[in-house]
Design a protein around this ligand. Structure first.
Ligand code: URA
Length: 203
């Protein structure tokens, strides 16, 4: 109707979300980060990929999965026949948590409380994008999406249900594969590709 407000462009809604996450100090991580990193992808992507938190390069660039883990994820997506531009890629935690060693910023895993506080932003992204299904990359994402601790190795490759009824496929985080060498690394990548291909069927 003529008087109704136009639907807000998701890009604007995401920009607003980003301003809110930038300003968020509900946990201590934000104070040490360069900026927050929110998700990227089409407004109504059928599939949402959720990682842990931005790394060093993501913290500097403001974009999710652009560092070494992102390059491995890109490769695995390609092998699984998924166009990264067609999925929404984000993280459970929006700021980079690290420990300084000299000049180097060493990744630190987010704690339970930090994950619990930050899930409000992830839920806002979910409300904006309304994906059919999710891929949880690692334990932090699984916990954030399902609201309970969910062991990755026991559940990987499986679809679990969220409280809202939507499905979450559990798989490993690409960073875990970066720590493996040789045949273990290759097998890990093949399993990640297999899991992503399974997610593609559902979404
Ligand atoms: N690891 C993540 O979980 N997310 C990123 O964006 C980068 C590395």
């Amino acid at each position: 109707s003529p008087g109704a407000a136009p639907p807000r462009a998701p890009a604007r809604a995401l920009a607003a979300l980003r301003e809110a996450t930038d300003a968020c100090r509900q946990c201590p991580i934000g104070a040490g980060a360069t900026q927050s990193v929110v998700g990227e992808g089409p407004a109504h992507a059928p599939l949402m990929l959720v990682g842990e938190q931005p790394g060093d390069q993501e913290d500097r660039s403001g974009q999710p999965f652009v560092g070494p883990a992102g390059r491995l994820l890109d490769l695995a997506l390609q092998e699984a026949g998924i166009d990264r531009r067609a999925v929404f890629v984000t993280n459970a935690v929006k700021h980079f948590k690290y420990e300084l060693r000299g000049k180097r910023r060493i990744h630190k895993s987010p704690g339970q409380r930090e994950i619990a506080v930050c899930v409000q932003w992830l839920e806002q992204e979910i409300a904006l994008v309304r994906p059919h299904a999710f891929v949880a990359l690692g334990a932090t994402a699984a916990r954030a999406l399902l609201g309970r601790p969910t062991p990755v190795l026991r559940n990987r490759g499986q679809w679990l249900a969220r409280e809202d009824g939507r499905s979450v496929l559990i798989t490993v985080h690409p960073s875990a594969l970066l720590r493996l060498r040789g045949a273990d690394h290759d097998a890990g990548v093949r399993e990640l590709v297999r899991d992503l291909a399974r997610a593609r069927e559902r979404a």
